[in-house]
Design a binder for this molecule. Structure first.
Ligand code: GLV
Ligand code: MN
Ligand code: MN
Length: 416
């Protein structure tokens, strides 16, 4: 195995995939069920076929490349990440893990590993939740967590539901349950991902082994007041939706900081209606994303948000709705798999450190029920979810080599 060859193959795939963006020249914008998503999926299918894999696209828009083992009834080993991106994101978040998984399939064949069980390289649809505010759509669907009703329920800011978006994309949402894998059919899950933070690059460490991932709650809050003339309506006679919303928004960062344990809260989206400079806001909508390693801290912040909104609505004579879009518990990754990864790092002479992840990943969803492990690759200056996101291709190659080592070890140990 030649690291140069592995690096070149990953670089080639990622450079090709970077073309599928709605914002050329300004980072990667590849939202779910769009033509950019379709372009990326078709490219992934082509590369998987060239890598000798059996290719399948499922009812949720996930794409799989299967390297069939001798016994297809044995639980498979799955490796992958997501192919969607945020708005004006980078060319590595998610998609680098898909490229690594395909590379692992190539390596397993080149190393002539006796595949007793199948290896599955996966590209998941809509991990980010950028469009519908939810997240983990594809990885949730393989666990049977999405149904027709939830596809109808969640909508993007233009009012298009997941259900409608799927139809427009050429998928049948009525068949969403067909995306579920039988319980027990996935033996373990591995994800390679860029760190998206500054730790590894600052320390000059080659790889990160993730031992826990934060829990997340997401909400879309809609505050309703009354549209009035901005000049003639006295301050004590208006129901200003912006005034009600801004009090709650102002509280969030302070509530998160109080814990001093890495708990974070973010309002990343806001819109006001009717949106005129001289009109009191009738409706304000904003997103809330709260994360912590401690579930209780997330619950407490959500509760404070609710109380602040209630108080503001009462004071101003308005109303509010707090729609929960996501609730997922923090995750501890498989100690057993981490130990194998550590051994592989030592054998290869790669420097590594164990670390937590503040970003959500498909592993956060899948790892709730299936033994999982994650490997992080350094991110230049820790930048991510922005166009300058960058990781070295050679570091991604190391993550792919490590993934292949892990799978080879699991298969050979099982054989012994
Ligand atoms: C995904 O990148 C997330 O952590 O929101
Ligand atoms: Mn990601
Ligand atoms: Mn992301």
């Amino acid at each position: 195995m030649e690291i140069k060859k592995v690096t070149e193959r990953i670089q080639n795939d990622l450079e090709e995939l970077a073309r599928f963006t709605a914002t050329p020249g300004n980072g990667c914008t590849r939202l779910p069920f769009t033509k950019e998503a379709r372009g990326a999926v078709e490219y992934i299918k082509k590369v998987m076929t060239e890598a000798g894999l059996l290719v399948k696209e499922d009812a949720a828009g996930n794409v799989f490349g299967i390297l069939e083992g001798e016994d297809t009834k044995r639980p498979c080993v799955m490796m992958g990440s997501h192919y969607d991106s945020v708005i004006n994101g980078g060319n590595f978040d998610g998609i680098a893990g898909v490229a690594c998984a395909i590379e692992v399939a190539r390596q397993l064949q080149e190393r002539n590993v006796p595949m007793k069980r199948s290896f599955v390289a996966a590209g998941f649809c809509d991990e980010e939740g950028t469009r519908f505010g939810t997240g983990f759509f594809g990885s949730g669907a393989i666990l049977g967590k999405w149904d027709i009703e939830s596809c109808r329920k969640f909508k993007d800011t233009a009012g298009v539901s997941v259900y409608e978006a799927m139809q427009e994309y050429g998928l049948n949402p009525e068949r969403i349950k067909e995306a579920e894998w039988k319980p027990g059919s996935i033996g373990c899950f591995i994800e390679a991902h860029v760190e998206q933070g500054p730790v590894l690059a600052a320390k000059g460490t080659e790889l990160g082994l993730v031992d826990c991932i934060v829990g997340i709650q997401r909400y879309m809050v809609t505050v309703k007041g009354r549209a009035d003339h901005a000049g003639t309506t006295p301050m004590d006679m208006r129901a200003d939706a912006m005034e009600m919303a801004s009090g709650a928004i102002f509280g969030l960062p302070a509530w998160a900081r109080e814990y001093e344990d890495g708990t974070v809260a973010t309002v990343g989206y806001i819109s006001a209606k009717p949106g005129g400079i001289n009109i009191v806001a009738e409706e304000v909508q904003f997103s809330v994303d709260i994360r912590s390693r401690n579930s209780r801290h997330i619950d407490e912040i959500a509760q404070k948000l609710k109380e602040a909104l209630e108080h503001a609505a009462e004071n101003c004579g308005g109303s509010y709705e707090m729609e929960q879009k996501l609730k997922i518990r923090p995750l501890h990754l498989s100690e057993e798999l981490l130990a194998v990864m550590e051994r592989a790092c030592k054998d290869r002479g790669y420097s590594y450190q164990r670390m937590p992840s503040g970003a959500g990943h498909d592993t956060l969803k899948i790892g709730q029920t299936i033994p999982s492990v994650m490997v992080f690759v350094p991110s230049k200056d820790g930048r991510s979810h922005c166009p300058v996101e960058w990781s070295e291709y050679v570091d991604l190659a190391k993550a792919a080599v490590l993934g292949a080592d892990l799978i080879e070890t699991l298969i050979r140990e099982e054989e012994a």
